[in-house]
Design a protein around this ligand. Structure first.
Ligand code: F6P
Length: 341
């Protein structure tokens, strides 16, 4: 079998573990040939790839990022992109393509699958918002990084009697905010799923100071927004792909909290540090299992499917189903966190 693998969309700790696992299972156990496309779908569209053998994937398990590179380019963005991808798959004699990606990548994968290409998807995102899988690799690493940062920020906040508003990633969902906030014992968590009321948030933080506490930590997901009319809020426009930019909520919230509480407040934006560096052991294991199962699915001819974790088992789910909706933070999960904040 000849398999093409690519990593697309925002990078994520664990991508290299999937690539390594695909190569080990396919090349060593099945005698397949594996090629890796550079910079996501762009590599497939431009026929830019290299052969992946055991040597190519040696020593990459613990490495962050992706040895193949990534981009946010998608076949549907380009005129004739789907046809071009189909042509290159035929020219290269590929029997299977394994795209590793998040929401946007999986939508593109589904589109190509519906156009007849032999696709087995692997979900990834630090945001943990892919509905078909209980967990995506990268999430555990991001939460660990954010939690460590929050632990550190507590000591400086306390020294200066400040409110620190810490922005974590999560454009549509607040999983990183919820988990890191719970793990670090933050005092308020603000998620996109629940537009926040500025009066309520101010009261919550204010009560802490009234109770004699010297500092407060507010964790806010980058995609969070105030309830309509609850505070003036400016969005930061869009990037070159038309995606909303998230560079504002912590700044705006800290200014507003400082004004309303008369306490020093500072924004801290963790940004891409949550995506960089070595994956946790949990993410390495999940990523390795996904890679193994993707190769097996390809050998069974199970195309148009996605690897997924359900409980402790890896199963295959239809790509079309996986891209239907995002996994948001449900009210009961938020309530569990709120009670200990
Ligand atoms: O989807 C993963 C993610 O890290 C989001 O949490 C974040 O909004 C986005 O990617 C950032 O993307 P970029 O690296 O293109 O700025």
């Amino acid at each position: 079998m000849r398999i093409g693998v690519l990593t697309s969309g925002g990078d994520c700790p664990g991508l290299n573990a999937v690539i390594r696992s695909v190569v080990h299972r396919a090349v060593v156990d099945h005698g397949d040939e594996v090629i890796g496309f550079h910079d996501g779908w762009k590599g497939l569209l431009e026929c830019d790839y290299r052969k992946l053998d055991l040597e190519a994937v040696g020593g990459i398990l613990a490495r962050g990022g992706t040895i193949l590179g990534s981009s946010r380019v998608q076949p549907a963005h380009l005129v004739g992109g789907v046809e071009r991808a189909r042509g290159h798959v035929a020219d290269l004699g590929l029997d299977a393509i394994i795209p590793i990606g998040g929401e946007g990548t999986l939508k593109a994968a589904n589109l190509l699958s519906e156009a007849g290409l032999p696709i087995v998807g692997v979900p990834k995102t630090i945001d943990n918002d892919i509905a078909s899988t209980d967990v995506t690799f990268g999430f555990d690493t991001a939460v660990t990084v954010a939690t460590e940062a929050l632990d550190r920020l507590k000591t400086t906040a306390e020294s200066h009697q400040r409110v620190l508003v810490v922005e974590v990633m999560g454009r549509h969902t607040g999983w990183i905010a919820l988990h890191s906030g719970m793990a670090a014992g933050a005092h308020a968590v603000v998620v996109p799923e629940r537009p926040f009321d500025m009066d309520e948030l101010t009261a919550r933080v204010g009560e802490r100071f009234e109770a004699g506490k010297r500092f407060a930590i507010v964790v806010v997901a980058e995609g969070a927004k105030p309830r309509e009319g609850s505070m003036e809020f400016k969005t930061a426009g869009t990037d070159i792909y038309g995606h909303e930019r998230f560079t504002g909520i912590a700044n705006q919230l800290s200014v507003e909290l400082e004004r309303r509480l008369g306490k020093e407040a500072r924004p801290v934006i963790l940004g891409h540090v949550q995506r960089g560096g070595t994956p946790t052991a949990y993410d390495r294991v999940l990523a390795t299992r996904f890679g193994w199962h993707a190769v097996e699915a390809a050998h069974r001819g199970e195309f148009g499917m996605l690897t997924a974790l359900r409980g402790t088992e890896i199963t295959m789910v239809p790509l079309a189903q996986a891209v239907e909706t995002l996994k948001t933070v449900p009210a009961d999960r938020y309530a569990e966190a709120e009670c200990v904040l």
